[in-house]
Design a protein around this ligand. Structure first.
Ligand SMILES: [Zn+2]
Length: 147
């Protein structure tokens, strides 16, 4: 009989529920955008790392060779893309900039665009999904035919 006044008080009152809901929504409002930002940042870093890796590989393999002409350099680069791609590399040419689309093992599609001069190949790799771009200027050596 002493506690009978408590017997019909079960669960939570409406005020308590509202307070809990308010706390949850405050946490969500503060937490979710920063969590999305964090996720975006890490995928961004993954793209950059993948692109930088390929550019380093291209730089290394181009540095140790001598090429006949610019199209020889391009062929060599496309072959490199082809080795790192899970699908067929599609290549397009415009007047000065050539471009190719390829897909990495993790399923991301990248666009490579490049231009080749007498001394340099300028390459840029862009992740099609996250729009992150990595650029590099690679020294190119040609077979000296004047000697
Ligand atoms: Zn990406």
């Amino acid at each position: 009989m002493r506690y009978s006044f408590r017997s019909d008080r079960r669960g939570f009152t409406l005020i308590e529920l509202l307070i809990v809901l308010a706390v949850i929504s405050i946490v969500a409002v503060i937490g979710i955008p920063s969590f999305i930002g964090y996720l975006h940042h890490t995928t961004d870093m993954t793209c950059r790392n993948t692109a930088e890796q390929l550019l380093t590989e291209a730089e290394r393999s181009i540095a140790v060779r001598q090429f006949v002409d610019a199209s020889d350099v391009a062929e060599h680069f496309i072959a490199l893309l082809d080795r790192s791609s899970t699908t067929e590399v599609s290549v397009g040419y415009s007047e000065e900039i050539s471009h190719a689309s390829y897909q990495t093992i993790n399923g991301e599609r990248y666009i490579a665009s490049w231009s080749i001069s007498d001394t340099y190949m300028t390459v840029s790799l862009t992740c099609a999904e996250h729009d992150t771009e990595c650029k590099r200027k690679i020294r190119v050596f040609y077979i000296d035919t004047t000697v």
